[in-house]
Design a protein around this ligand. Structure first.
Ligand code: ZN
Length: 411
């Protein structure tokens, strides 16, 4: 991140923490219990002294002190909306501008501009997604067609009649609309004005991107967002992780201690947004990611993260969190490997041992060589050395076998 941006983020954070401490009783209690004073937080790095609040903890706090768990800014003049996110979590939205500003930044990067006519297909009720996209689109000057989910034929009609040139929603639903148009004999390419799309709320696999951008000639941007925190990060043409959005403090932290992990290690995505109405400082998203600080091929200097999976599915091996998806990602580069399972044991009660059980897609001439090369690839991704490799023939692993198994005995 350029120095000027880091300095302004530090300054904004320091001011925001003071405001949150003074006006949100839950924030004051979290700081007081941890012995942290708001003035102690001068830089993003100082935040590690503040405990992470998990979504489960937030739900408990809301239950104990309904409806907002003490996080509502007592000075908030008027709430514009109250949402209910999965958890269940009540989420008050007021006059805060930071979430919309970040959303607008990402719509601009996606190519949205004044005069666009955009279909917004995320839900407008109960969850904040639809209205957040709506606000971001309005902020860039686009006209919103709030079409919501479903009604595929009607979506096709709207796109044609209104010359819709932008789409916001999930990638799978846009593909459903395109397929419907083709099914109706309308031939999407050439007939429709659609030019750019902002995708969120579900994974965007490279195969789907190749279809949208290659076959249909669309410009697409994938955005990482959560219901409670809004837009957090976005991908770029280089496809090497997600760039942090402006105006959001993102830390990748050890899920147990809340301390930031080193670059390249897996940790929980912990977020602080400058939401003055509902200041949840250091909210744990439950998402596991790897922090990437090497410069991106696209030229942007902002740090990036690579999402790995959910924290709950990861297992700590010799101090590092290892997620089944990381093993899968390594295996994807070896056509001879069908599936892999990581097994963690502690035979001598001192040191964790990581064994990889590999199911072969086809027999290879040199198992030992494959085992070594694969172990190297895994070590590069998870930063933990592999101690042993066991091979099983094709079909030798149970269909419901877990990606990571913890066989350590703790008694
Ligand atoms: Zn990039």
């Amino acid at each position: 991140m350029p120095t000027t941006k880091r300095v302004s983020l530090d300054r904004e954070l320091a001011g925001f923490v003071k405001l949150a401490y003074a006006n949100a009783p839950a924030v004051k209690k979290i700081f007081d219990d941890a012995g942290v004073k708001p003035g102690d937080i001068k830089h993003v790095a100082d935040l590690e002294r503040v405990p992470v609040t998990s979504k489960d903890r937030l739900a408990e706090m809301q239950k104990a002190s309904p409806p907002y768990g003490g996080f509502l800014n007592t000075k908030a003049k008027r709430l514009k909306h109250i949402f209910l996110s999965p958890g269940p979590l009540y989420e008050p939205h007021g006059a805060e501008k930071s979430l919309v500003k970040t959303a607008a930044q990402l719509f601009r990067i996606a190519g949205f501009k004044r005069g666009d006519v955009a279909l917004n297909t995320l839900s407008y009720h109960l969850v904040p997604a639809g209205l957040l996209l709506d606000a971001g689109l309005q902020a860039v000057g686009a006209t919103v067609v709030p079409s919501g989910v479903g009604n595929t034929e009607l979506q096709v009609k709207l796109m044609l009649d209104l010359k819709v040139n932008g789409y916001a929603g999930t990638p799978s639903f846009l593909m459903t609309i395109i397929k419907k148009a083709e099914e109706m004999g309308l031939g999407f390419k050439g007939k429709f004005a659609l030019h750019h799309a902002l995708f969120t709320a579900e994974p965007y696999p490279p195969s789907l991107r190749a279809q949208f951008e290659g076959v249909y000639g669309l410009k697409t941007l994938n955005v990482y967002a959560t219901a409670e925190l809004g837009f957090l990060a976005y991908d770029c043409s280089a496809q090497q992780g997600l760039h942090f959005a402006d105006g959001v403090v993102i830390q990748i932290c050890d899920p147990a201690t809340g301390k930031p992990v080193a670059s390249g290690e897996a940790g929980q995505v912990v977020v602080t947004t400058f939401n003055e109405t509902y200041p949840t400082i250091r909210l744990g998203t439950g998402d596991l990611a790897v922090y990437l600080d090497a410069p991106c091929a696209c030229g942007r200097k902002t740090p990036r993260l690579a999402l790995v999976g959910r924290v709950g599915d990861a297992i700590k091996v010799r101090g590092m969190f290892v997620h089944p998806n990381q093993l899968k990602a390594a295996a994807a580069k070896f056509p001879a490997i069908a599936r892999v399972q990581g097994i963690v044991t502690r035979p001598d009660n001192v040191r964790d041992t990581l064994t990889l059980k590999i199911e072969l897609a086809q027999e290879v001439s040199d198992r030992e060589k494959l085992g070594q090369e694969f172990s190297e690839a895994v070590r590069g991704l998870i930063r933990v050395g592999v101690d042993q490799v066991d091979f099983v023939a094709s079909g030798g692993m149970a269909a419901d076998a877990k990606g990571m198994i913890d066989e350590r005995k703790w008694e």
